[in-house]
Design a protein around this ligand. Structure first.
Ligand code: GLC
Length: 752
């Protein structure tokens, strides 16, 4: 009897442990039981139908699509954003298909839905994950009010090449910052309960390494060794998945010859076996079929087999699954177990989103939430915190009481469509507050506002308008010239070899400077640009990315000092595109730049072959970027003093405690983004010259000093070594606390 009791107890404990483990890995027993029951009823065609994702932009019901849904051949839709139409398609799926499995509706909600926030690269510049989470929550509330319950965001591609147009959509060059921002967006989109009607499933993309496209050319090949993949490109995905991200999207690129959409190592060995991911994997747009032009698949049937076996659960718009998986299974070329696994992953997300219980959307809800005042204010605040002050000779902030006449000029001064930035399907330009509008509305009573476009659009080469702008400048006390990029010049497939301002924009700024009046240049763009000439011509330079709906209001408030800039660069700005790739956390070399090198204009004639020394730099442009990662000015200044660690020697399981004093040494209150960097001085492999490990926004009154206490687990210093183990190696480390990636003096500590 006792033996039986023991066996029973063991069984109970095992079952409890199994279910706990399952819950941890995102498996809910009740949902798994429902999936079991449903999959048992499904035909092979119905299973494959769930794996078929179709995009539809039409605003009226399409009978062929309706038939496909009715026959169980379509599992998800994207780009249907009319609530009544969503409900009609959903009704057909629920009431007219054999098993009544609901659709999931997706959309690219990348930086807002109707209320448009700054592009993600700008959001990263806030170094404020709480704000990013709030913004993502607003985007979810607005998008789900139309029936969208899945967004293809956050994009977590690390990019070190501003020629790549999609650098606009990510959080820049740093792994830690991208991880923190990605987690914040997942929290914002999915909320506390994905089944809440205002929650939408996040889709972390593009898995993986897409931002390393050779030459910064979109869709191009990447060559990322596994260790670099694990140390630089994958951590943001792990972080977002551990935060609960429900879906993953594969990337277009091949890495060392293997397209991600057919990369079993990525999609099964890492994503499933190492990370226990329980959501579903969707291909990117036709990326399954594109394995044929990749030269990786011989035809569509072969492509569908490769993708399925690699671990792609859902086919976005290549129709290969719905066209070929049935016959491949019938011929025994693929195992139906892969199809069952894929369907289970998809159904699991649909259950988690509560779509079986609440498939329909309130068709009036959107009227209550679009452009809600609190949404617009959050968007304005996001612009204020994302704008980066790159230079200022003291001209900013302007004093409205002493500025009688202000000229607003430049092709981006009143460009409501362009200001929204890339990936805007739902934002409306007529709701955009442009800088011209804002300056007139907010400051037009106190200041006479003149306006001359100068150029008609960012690529405009016609200098005719420049003369009129310069003439107007002569009548003004100060000039605000707003330049940059039309929104189409960044984003997917929109890469540039030359990062100088397009058209005659530089000429416009130089001509305005010749007026002798103070010139404040504001840049709205989707990527770092090469701005050395504009910096020289301007009294102040403010980089506002593409700021979205409320960009004008925020920029006007920053210019007149109602708001104080606090943004920091999430990506390095090169002197020229010839410096690319240029990023702060590069590896050490055997002959690092020393700073005493001879530059091209100082080289004597007939200089001897070895006379210049042998270090790593450019004769014509050195090694320093125009503006470094983490850099950004304020209208006040800050000093870092008394940086102390609690010990000098740490064990691998210790936590470093450090304190430092931060003082506002200026005359205005302001917010500093204090940053913590570490360098592993000697490793079993060469290590980056420094890596961001922590940051915090700290607001101080003039003259105020705050003693800040931070902790950093030694384990955060771990990296993947040659044995593919994530380890902290003993040895010496340098630590910096500063306001950017190039300032401060190192503090030494050691790990034993
Ligand atoms: C695109 C993009 C991807 C986007 C998808 C759906 O090609 O690569 O980021 O989410 O298609 O629009």
């Amino acid at each position: 009897m006792i033996q039986l009791k023991k066996i029973f107890l063991i069984l109970v404990c095992t079952s409890v442990m199994w279910s706990c483990a399952q819950e941890k890995n995102g498996f809910d027993r009740e949902i798994e039981r429902k999936i079991d029951r449903l999959v048992k009823k499904m035909t092979l065609e119905e299973k494959i139908g769930q794996m078929n994702l179709i995009s539809f932009f039409n605003s009226n019901i399409d009978q062929q699509l309706a038939d496909g849904i009715r026959n169980g051949q379509v599992g998800s839709l994207i780009n249907v954003v009319d609530p009544a139409l969503v409900n009609e398609y959903q009704r057909i799926a629920i009431e007219e298909s054999r098993l009544g499995i609901p659709l999931i509706i997706g959309r690219d909600v990348i930086h807002g839905f109707k209320t448009v926030f700054p592009i993600p690269l700008g959001l990263a510049a806030t170094f404020n994950p709480g704000l990013i989470e709030q913004g993502a929550r607003v985007a979810a509330i607005e998008a789900t009010s139309t029936g969208v319950r899945w967004t293809f965001s956050p994009m977590l591609d690390i990019s070190r090449d501003p020629r790549w147009g999609r650098i606009a959509e990510g959080f820049g060059e740093d792994t830690y910052l991208t991880s923190v921002m990605g987690m914040a967006m997942v929290r914002g989109y999915q909320g506390d309960d994905p089944a809440d009607p205002t929650a939408m499933a996040a889709c972390v993309k593009h898995f993986a390494g897409y931002g390393a496209a050779e030459g910064g050319r979109d869709y191009n090949s990447t060559f990322i060794p596994e260790r670099v993949l694990r140390n630089v490109y994958l951590p943001p995905f792990i972080a977002a998945i551990q935060e609960g991200a429900l879906t993953v999207m594969t990337s277009f690129n091949d890495n060392d010859g293997i397209p991600s959409t057919g990369n079993r190592f990525l999609l099964r060995d890492i994503l499933r076996d190492e990370w226990d991911f329980t959501g579903f994997v969707v291909s990117d747009w036709t990326s399954i079929y594109e394995m044929i032009p990749h030269g990786f698949a011989s035809d569509a049937s072969h492509a569908s087999q490769l993708a399925l076996e690699a671990g792609v659960d859902m086919d976005m718009m290549s129709f290969t699954y719905v066209s070929h998986l049935g016959e491949l299974a019938a011929e025994g070329k693929i195992s139906e177990k892969w199809i069952d696994q894929a369907v289970r992953n998809i159904l699991r997300v649909k259950f988690k989103l509560g779509l079986f219980d609440n498939p329909y959307v309130d068709e009036q809800m959107h009227k209550q939430v679009f452009y809600a005042p609190e949404h617009l204010e959050l968007a304005r605040k996001s612009v204020v915190e994302s704008a980066v002050l790159l230079s200022n000779d003291g001209t900013l902030p302007l004093d409205a009481s002493k500025t009688k006449t202000l000229l607003i000029t430049g092709p981006m001064a009143d460009a409501p469509y362009e200001q929204l930035g890339t990936w805007i399907f739902d934002g409306e330009e007529q709701r955009t507050v442009t800088p011209l509008t804002a300056f007139r509305q907010l400051y037009g009573n106190a200041v006479r506002i003149l306006y001359e476009p100068g150029l008609a659009f960012s690529r405009d080469k016609n200098p005719a308008g420049i003369r009129k702008a310069v003439a107007a400048a002569r009548k003004a006390d100060a000039v605000i010239v707003i330049v940059g990029e039309e929104s189409i010049l960044s984003g997917e497939a929109h890469c540039l070899a030359d990062l100088n301002l397009q058209g005659a924009q530089s000429e416009l700024i130089a001509s305005l400077a010749s007026s002798g009046k103070p010139v404040i240049t504001v840049v709205m763009a989707g990527r770092p640009l090469t701005l050395s000439r504009e910096k020289e011509c301007s009294n102040a330079l403010l980089f506002a990315f593409h700021p979205g709906t409320m960009g004008g209001t925020a920029i006007a408030d920053l210019i007149f000092g109602k708001e104080v800039p606090s943004g920091k660069l999430p990506v390095t700005f090169p002197v020229s595109s010839g410096q690319i790739p240029v990023y702060y956390n590069h590896n050490r070399t055997g002959r690092p730049f020393l700073g005493n090198e001879t530059f091209i204009d100082d080289i004597p004639l007939k200089a001897g072959q070895t006379s210049l020394g042998n270090t790593s730099f450019y004769l014509d442009q050195g090694i320093a970027p125009q503006f470094p990662f983490g850099f950004g000015l304020s209208y006040t200044s800050f000093a870092y003093t008394n940086i102390h660690l609690d010990k000098v020697l740490y064990g691998k399981k210790d936590t470093i405690s450090l304190t430092f004093d931060l003082t506002n040494t200026g005359k205005r209150s302001g917010t500093e983004v204090a940053q913590l960097y570490v360098c592993d001085k000697t490793g079993s492999v060469t290590r980056p010259v420094k890596e961001l490990k922590k940051f915090e926004r700290i607001t101080l009154e003039p003259g105020e000093t705050r003693t800040v206490m931070w902790t950093l687990p030694v384990n955060d210093l771990a990296f993947w070594n040659l044995q593919m183990e994530k380890v902290v190696e003993p040895g010496q480390f340098d630590l910096w606390v500063a306001g950017d990636s190039v300032s401060g003096d190192p503090v030494l500590f050691e790990v034993y």
